[in-house]
Design a protein around this ligand. Structure first.
Ligand code: ARG
Length: 457
């Protein structure tokens, strides 16, 4: 029998009852549901809305339910309507009359909004921990590769020389923004809907500030209708996870390339790669591909939430029950991906020789050659043209800029001198890119130090 069975002459149709139920996915919020009920009961007793002995009985009863759920002594009833009705029903079975007073001045609408904010606050904290772990791993790897020269690409074409450290720090910057977005989202979700009732507050003399403080919220939500119908915090968190997954998918794609036989820049540890059922030689980067795939799934969760909320009238509507599978999945998948990628990155073997070899190809020093002429006084556009012509000549004969004899340089421009070879040397090309935020070891060391300080890692 349903908790709300009062005006109905029939029990809910069995199939519809299953259809209506959310216990299969909202049972994970049992701790938060019980914490919310404890705070509510204590407030009701304090305000004289329920007798103090009943308040005590409710709190003790709820604590017993929590213990029994944690220990497995009490199992979640899969036929219950949701976690809120399940806990209230068990409480009333256990403590009798007093249990029936718990729902005074409360609705499941403010209850579910409260539980969800509390639960996601904890999940956001877990995400923050995992993003920090990955950021730390990347910074540590970067520190070991400040001098490891590799090709930088645009359009996947060799562009200008960089270092592996510089490349990794680009990802660290993305993760730093992810962290600040998560913290921002956590702050905004940290307001208490409890006491908003179904939508229009209550006639009882409740103290919303008291329950908000007891649950660690910064303040009560200001408007009772918004309190029960707002799911912005789910969208914001899903958006944070979709962006984290976007970043992880980019890193994953690069790892796939880097360990392919065409690149051989890195090798995955055996514990983080998989084999083929038919091809004995294979060592596949399955983790990264799965992360790439899951990024689409998490984006889908975000779109589900946005679409579910679009054009919903005030205030609570049952559509909102669909918020939980979507936002829980977004968080669970993102946490799982972060927990796989961090140790995978911590255990890679880097092949600096292959990176350097790849950087020596593709006229990666062409900009430096043009810059050499600019430093001798030539306008950049002229220097660009002259260098382009030299590159074209090399392409024809299959050579490199650094292998051209000095006469050839001087035929192209009188401004070339013997010091051009130092200027277009690969190591020098990187070392000279010491502008703020650039790849030169001096600049990257500064970047790493600032990053470590900012994130306290
Ligand atoms: N299971 C519901 C949800 O997840 C709880 C709130 C139900 N409220 C209601 N008036 N039907 O949204």
């Amino acid at each position: 029998m349903k908790l709300w069975q009062g005006r109905f002459e029939k029990e809910l149709n069995e199939e519809v009852s299953d259809f209506n139920s959310s216990i299969a996915f909202d049972h994970v919020m049992f701790r938060e549901d019980i914490a919310g009920s404890v705070a509510h009961a204590q407030m009701l007793a304090m305000q004289g809305i329920i007798p103090p002995e009943d308040g005590k009985r409710i709190v003790v009863g709820l604590q017993g339910i929590l213990e029994d759920l944690e220990s497995g002594l009490l199992a979640i009833d899969p036929t219950a309507e949701d976690i809120h009705t399940f806990v209230e029903q068990v409480l009333t079975e256990r403590i009798g009359e007093a249990g029936k007073r718990l729902h005074t001045a409360r609705s499941r609408n403010d209850q579910v909004a409260t539980d969800l904010r509390l639960y996601l606050r904890g999940r956001t904290a877990a995400l923050i921990t995992e993003v920090r772990r990955l950021a730390t791993a990347l910074v540590e790897l970067a520190e070991a590769h400040v001098d490891t020269v590799m090709p930088g690409y645009t359009h996947l074409q060799v562009a200008q020389p960089i270092t592996f450290a510089h490349h990794l720090m680009a990802y660290a910057q993305m993760l730093a923004r992810d962290l600040s977005r998560l913290e921002d989202c956590q702050n905004r979700m940290n307001e208490s809907p409890l006491g908003a009732g179904a939508l229009a507050g209550t006639t009882h003399p409740i103290d919303r500030a008291m329950t908000a403080a007891a649950l660690g919220f910064a303040a009560p939500c200001a408007n009772s209708m918004d309190a029960v119908s707002d799911r912005d915090f789910c969208v914001e968190l899903a958006a944070c996870t979709a962006l984290i997954m976007g970043h992880l998918s980019r890193l994953s794609e690069e790892v796939v390339l880097w360990c392919s036989s065409a690149y051989r820049f890195i090798e995955l540890d055996d514990a983080f790669a998989t084999g083929s059922s038919i091809m004995p030689q294979k060592k596949n980067p399955d983790i990264t591909e799965l992360v790439r795939g899951k990024s689409g799934r998490v984006t889908g969760d975000l779109v589900t939430l946005l679409t579910m909320l679009k054009a919903l009238p005030m205030a609570y509507n049952k559509d909102m029950q669909e918020d939980k599978p979507a936002v829980f999945d977004a968080v669970d998948q993102t946490l799982a991906c972060l927990r796989a990628v961090t140790p995978m990155m911590q255990t890679i073997t880097v092949h600096p020789g292959n990176m350097r070899q790849a950087a020596a190809k593709g006229f990666i020093n062409a900009t430096d050659c043009a810059d050499y002429l600019v430093k001798k006084g030539m306008p950049f556009r002229d220097a660009y043209k002259i260098t382009g012509a030299l590159v074209a000549r090399c392409v024809k004969v299959g050579g490199t800029l650094e292998a051209l004899p000095l006469e050839v340089f001087r035929e192209a421009s009188e401004m070339f001198g013997p010091d051009v070879y130092d200027a277009i040397d690969l190591g020098a090309c990187v070392a000279q890119r010491c502008s703020e935020g650039g790849p030169a070891p001096t600049a990257v060391r500064k970047q790493i130090a600032a990053y470590r300080q900012k994130l306290a890692i």
